[in-house]
Design a protein around this ligand. Structure first.
Ligand SMILES: [Zn+2]
Length: 316
């Protein structure tokens, strides 16, 4: 039976910063999204340069922060990909703490408390607000360093395969205090083309925290920015008949969400940018009347308010 409801389209872009390709590249990306009315998310890592970007930023950082401020108006959410994407940040000293646990791993440490997480996230939010940026959710900064790999393996062996539940509670508490732009928070942790879904991790009344799993991978150059990771046909073939978007559409999936990385996606040096714009053109050519673009935070807002995907039926 052909599907009767529209399919949501969205995407997110990890590792975004002014250091990879400059502020102008992010401006060009936002202009493209606004012009083509596509929506998604692009991460903010305010301590990526080993100091907080929002305290006495240099010219390039300032230009970048100006763009992050206008991202929302261009249809793009702003998640914290934590403060550094590496070691925990010392906010008093304005630098990364030497030999500190990496942030992504810390979210999995069983002994961390709600208060510790909440305090740390609030400090990141304060840095963002100083630059006039309102955050929309959180992306897990994955790490393949030897220390993290070893510790993740030890945690798994002890049965800790998920983030510490205190972490979700801390986010919910901050959402209830109005610290994020919306009352519901999308988070990006797991990903799978086949076993995907939206998973509520904490909720209280109108506020909720979700793990919103992407169901399409990064073939826009990824973080290696190499040609072997570029493939527009993986998403949608030129005739619109095959590719992961067409497959999810045919299977009546509620959404197709892909992830990407700024190293490969950026319009200045990213080897995946051409493929990205090609895929957007193909979607507009073949699926325009059958899809609806949504920011991740709009997806969680609508899903939570409606108690499921039924809102899609009304979008006809
Ligand atoms: Zn690490």
């Amino acid at each position: 039976m052909p599907r009767t409801r529209k399919m949501i389209l969205s995407f997110y872009c990890d590792d975004t910063s002014p250091y990879t390709a400059g502020a102008k590249a992010f401006q060009a990306f936002l202009d493209f999204c606004a012009e083509h009315r596509i929506t998604g998310e692009s991460s903010v890592i305010l301590g990526a340069g080993s100091h907080s970007m929002s305290r006495s930023p240099n010219k390039e950082e300032q230009a970048f922060l100006q763009q992050v401020k206008r991202a929302w108006d261009c249809g793009i959410d702003s998640h914290m990909e934590l403060m550094t994407h590496r070691g925990l940040f010392d906010f008093d000293a304005n630098r990364e703490t030497k030999d500190a646990v990496h942030e992504g791993l810390w979210l999995h440490e069983p002994n961390a408390t709600v208060e510790q997480y909440e305090r740390y996230f609030l400090k990141i939010i304060t840095e963002a607000n100083r630059a006039g940026i309102r955050l929309t959710g959180l992306t897990w900064p994955g790490c393949g360093c030897e220390t993290c790999k070893k510790r993740y393996a030890a945690l798994r062996a002890d049965g800790h395969t998920e983030p510490n539940p205190a972490f979700w509670k801390a986010l919910l508490s901050l959402a209830k205090q109005g610290k994020f732009r919306s009352r519901t928070l999308p988070c990006f942790f797991g990903a799978s083309e086949t076993k995907f879904g939206i998973h509520q991790k904490a909720a209280d009344g109108p506020c909720a925290v979700f793990d919103l799993m992407p169901n399409a991978k990064d073939h826009f150059g990824s973080y290696t920015n190499k040609t072997d990771r570029v493939n527009a046909d993986y998403y949608l073939s030129a005739d619109g008949k095959s590719g992961v978007i067409a497959r999810h559409f045919a299977a009546d999936a509620p959404y197709c969400i892909w992830y990407s990385h700024w190293q490969g996606l950026n319009p200045a040096k990213g080897i995946g940018w051409r493929a990205f714009t090609t895929v957007i053109e193909r979607i507009q050519q073949h699926l325009r009347d059958h899809v609806v673009w949504m920011r991740p935070s709009d997806i969680t807002n609508r899903y939570h308010a409606g108690g499921g995907w039924s809102f899609l039926d009304a979008m006809g």
